[in-house]
Design a protein around this ligand. Structure first.
Ligand code: BG6
Length: 524
């Protein structure tokens, strides 16, 4: 029988307690906004259903609209019903939802007015009395990025960021965190005048995706991959985030942003980090984030010759005719904003020297898929010289991030028959075959982790800056030379032809963008 010493039992109890959120009040700035409706509230509701929130939990919704707590609750309830119907058509769990609704309070306030923050301070103090004197507060900045620093400064001025025993104060900052290196650095400087780094939780929602988190487990909890994970065995890596949606109603935002800023130094770099970083010494937040930062710092400056930009013209997506980007609402008729980017990246470190990382992302492409494909070096062909085999299919490990979460491995197999003929075949693992799907909008883990003080899945100041720094040269080069060939890909296609040339010149090719994810390369 295994016995457990009192010391070990105490350690286990401490660890378990650390994973249990303590009583807290969540204050959402931007309580009337889209993010609150679409993601934060559904995520909190899923956390209630999974029994992950403390009993002493409260929400203060802060926004500039004049509305009552009842009206706010009602509005959110209607949205929850609509999303639930649009999703799996399930009715919402009324008990869980009323648990949450009963804890919500609305406050009208101005993001830049000191009075609003003193009033918030009073509400928080009342809450503290109800929560047996604990005064933990999670401030969630679900506001336009221009308000990030002003809100934090107001919180600081009102004394609401001060921590003490039984009173942690943490702030979740949404995307976009800056629009280039200088603005990200300036924003960090303003924030860090008020908060210490361990109070800041910079979100990149890609890190909330189960499959992204699983990349580290795949790499480090399986003995077979790590020995192959380097320049001796890997030929190249492709990272794709293809979307079928266009810019929809976000023309105004997108015109100022473009695909490079919107997706690369943040979401695609999270995938790059997970797949390329060195093993951390533990899953401790700083150990992981240090390795990610080092990887971004090792990204070789990107030459414009290694980058392709594109903009969609009119086309057909999933059987529907769609307009071109320049015809979208709030988009300039001669807009030169890119809706597609493809890049070849080099990583200057011992592990990856000479191994290209090809990244691409775009709107209105032929299928929605986010995946990473690790293509291994060819086996020597010599042995097959005297056979009908003309080429050996590549070994590709594909990590499917979304929508059809899973992993597949393509390898060569002999086709049955007297001759030696080879086909590419796939071994496939789909999450849904092994695990019951979790009700998730992708923000549950992030909110929960912030409540327990685990910052592993959040961005540290130096990590964000290193990522911007890696793309800054390209942002500048593109700003100096506006494109002359836009639109250069049809909506519903795989992107501009120039992106194919980017790989063809290295005698490589993109894997097809398709909803069915296997990459078996059948020879006939
Ligand atoms: C957002 C971008 O951060 O991420 C959007 O602003 C993009 O343009 C979205 O569509 C992609 O996220 P997901 O989770 O839908 O792949």
């Amino acid at each position: 029988m295994t016995t457990i010493t009192a010391d070990a039992a105490a350690t286990v109890a401490r660890c378990l307690a650390a994973r249990q959120p303590s009583p807290a009040t969540m204050t959402i700035f931007g309580a009337g906004g889209d993010l609150t409706k679409r993601l934060i509230m559904p995520a909190l509701y899923n956390l209630v259903r999974a029994n992950r929130l403390p009993d002493e939990f409260a929400i203060i919704g802060f926004d500039h609209n004049d509305q009552t707590t009842d009206a706010w609750r009602q509005n959110l309830t209607e949205t929850m019903h609509t999303f639930a119907r649009a999703g799996k058509g399930e009715a919402i769990d009324e008990q869980a939802w009323s648990w949450l609704v009963g804890r919500m309070q609305y406050m009208r306030g101005d993001f830049t007015q000191p009075d609003s923050f003193s009033q918030l301070g009073k509400l928080l103090a009342e809450q503290q009395k109800r929560q047996n004197g604990t005064a933990n507060v999670l401030f969630y900045l679900a506001v336009a990025d221009r308000f990030f620093a002003p809100v934090i400064e107001q919180l600081g001025r009102a004394g609401l960021t001060r921590q003490s025993e039984g009173a942690w104060r943490r702030v979740i900052v949404e995307k976009p965190f800056g629009h280039d290196f200088a603005s990200a650095e300036a924003l960090n400087a303003r924030i860090l005048k008020v908060l210490s780094e361990d109070q800041v939780y910079r979100i990149d929602h890609f890190l909330g995706k189960e499959t992204v988190q699983n990349i580290l487990v795949l790499r480090f909890a399986n003995g077979i991959f790590e020995p192959l994970w380097n320049r001796d065995h890997v030929d190249h890596i492709q990272i794709t985030a293809a979307e079928t949606v266009g810019v929809e109603t976000r023309g105004r935002f997108y015109e100022q942003t473009g695909a490079l800023r919107d997706m690369v130094p943040n979401h695609l770099f999270q995938l790059l980090a997970m797949i390329g970083m060195e093993p951390p010494i533990s899953f401790d937040a700083d150990a992981v984030r240090a390795k990610k930062t080092e990887l971004f710092q090792a990204v070789h400056p990107i030459s414009p010759d290694d980058a392709v930009r594109g903009q969609y013209g009119a086309g057909v997506i999933l059987g529907q005719k769609v307009r071109g980007y320049r015809q979208e609402p709030n988009v300039a008729p001669e807009s030169t904003t890119e809706t597609y980017v493809a890049l070849k990246l080099g990583i200057d470190n011992w592990r990856w020297a000479g191994v290209p990382f090809y990244l691409r992302t775009g709107k209105h492409l032929s299928a929605r898929t986010t995946e990473i494909a690790v293509q291994f070096r060819q086996a020597p062909y010599a042995l097959f010289r005297e056979t009908p085999v003309e080429r050996l299919p590549a070994n590709i490990l594909t990590l499917r991030i979304q929508p059809d979460e899973g992993l597949s491995f393509s390898f060569s197999a002999k086709r049955p028959g007297p001759e030696i003929e080879i086909d590419g075949v796939d071994m496939d693992f789909a999450y849904r075959d092994y695990f019951a799907p979790l009700a998730s909008v992708g923000y549950e883990t992030l909110i929960y982790d912030c409540m327990i003080g685990d910052a592993t899945l959040f961005q540290r100041a130096d990590t964000v800056e290193a990522a911007w720094c890696a793309v800054q040269g390209l942002l500048d080069a593109w700003a100096r030379t506006p494109p002359t060939d836009f639109p250069n890909y049809a909506a519903g296609s795989a992107g501009p032809e120039a992106a194919d040339h980017l790989l063809a010149r290295d005698k490589r090719a993109w894997l097809p963008i398709k909803a069915d994810h296997t990459h078996g390369q059948h020879s006939g």
